[in-house]
Design a protein around this ligand. Sequence first.
Ligand code: ILE
Length: 477
Amino acid sequence: MTGPAKKESWGSMLGVILAVMGSAIGLGNFLRFPGLAAKYEGGAFMIPYFVALLLLGIPIAWLEWTMGRAGGQKGFHSTPGIFRVIWPHRASPYVGFLGLIVPVGIYMYYVVIEAWCLYYAYQYAIGTFPLHDGATAYQSFFADFTGQSANGILFGFEHSNFIVFLLICYVLNMIIIYRGLAGGIELVSMIGIPVLFVSAVAILVRVLTLGTPDPALPEQNVLNGLGFMWNPQTESKSFLESLSNGEMWLAAAGQIFFTLSVGFGVIITYSSYLKKDDDVVLSATTSVAGNTFAEVALGGMITIPAAFILLGPAAAGGGTFQLGFITLPLVFEQMPIGSLFGFLWFSLLFIAAITSSISMLQPAIAFFEEGIGTSRRASVTLLSFVTFVGTVVVAYFSKGLIGLDQMDFWIGTVCIFLLATIQVILGGWVFGADRLIAEARKGSVLSLPRWIAFVIRFVSPVYLIVVFIVWLYQNLG
Ligand code: ILE
């Protein structure tokens, strides 16, 4: 492997943290998390979610920031290169290769949803959204745009609107990524993340002050909506019964990786561009905290109480897209200046999506740069073209939203889960947990306590393996 084609770097430490938060805070926070929490009946899901955050998310974020910086010091920024530094073995670049493929795979379906968000924001902005036409109109607006009404053939491929918005998103991503780390990704995140927080807080305050909008349905109020999100006991199931579902534990761990952008090559690549003495521990912790706040306090507490007000306990059955694209617009419809909130919501989703999607090609770009010596511009052009064709082909052959959900489950949960398991074993055992802690201490404002070595070496891998085996057993048995 040759060295990197041209030295890239971040502009400032604050910029890196915001770029990492930009990658982390995405559709996962505002659509995927609420969708999963609602599906697994709220409070019960929060238990495996927080357990996975503590035992997997935070330790693996520290591990990735540290291993990435260590790889970068040896001149490697791609996952095959970084894995080679951690594990000097012939097989390691092949394992690291997964760290390129998984984010590229996610990119291909992620930008599809990004395009929906942009289209919805645009429709609200120009006033052509079918406001006040009710649930059926919203349903068919969504179905038409996503191609569901045309036999579910593709995500709206035969609808020219979809292709136009998809193209706009591809071009926007390409321009930002083209401009490089500091001048593109970091700059966009430094603007996007504060805008996103302000818009989300405005929507949150509005939703939490809705009270009991329909006096005929006194049970469907904001407080009960929050109870639905946080109470692990439901009327139909005891909470122990809910917790015995292996799929929920797998989904919760998968969500932690997906939302933090850890376990699949993204953050490890970003941190490889850090300088030798740049802090990793506090920075990793800050970005995890920012992402968790955006996910639980903003994404979850906006969507779940809103859905509950409208649907009551039936909010659990809606599914991710139903929640974001149909239920929330119906809630906005009932508010004064609801179209402004609709516009804010979809703009927020779009910003969250694009600050994430611009991170997903970086591992592959780094690979092209250091493995083949291709320039950034050539790599971005090639990757954009390949992923665009891939998106259209996937969209053409998949059966609408079901295809999208399945892709998300297999790539966005199962593949990430396996790659994260390999990575934690490499970090804890091959690189060595003690060495990792010593490495993390260099230049860090906070130092990692020694017991973290135990978590990285035993708790995280055993946890991952047990959850995976239980899920396999419950599904194949
Ligand atoms: N972390 C982001 C999200 O939650 C992306 C996941 C990068 C693939 O949406």
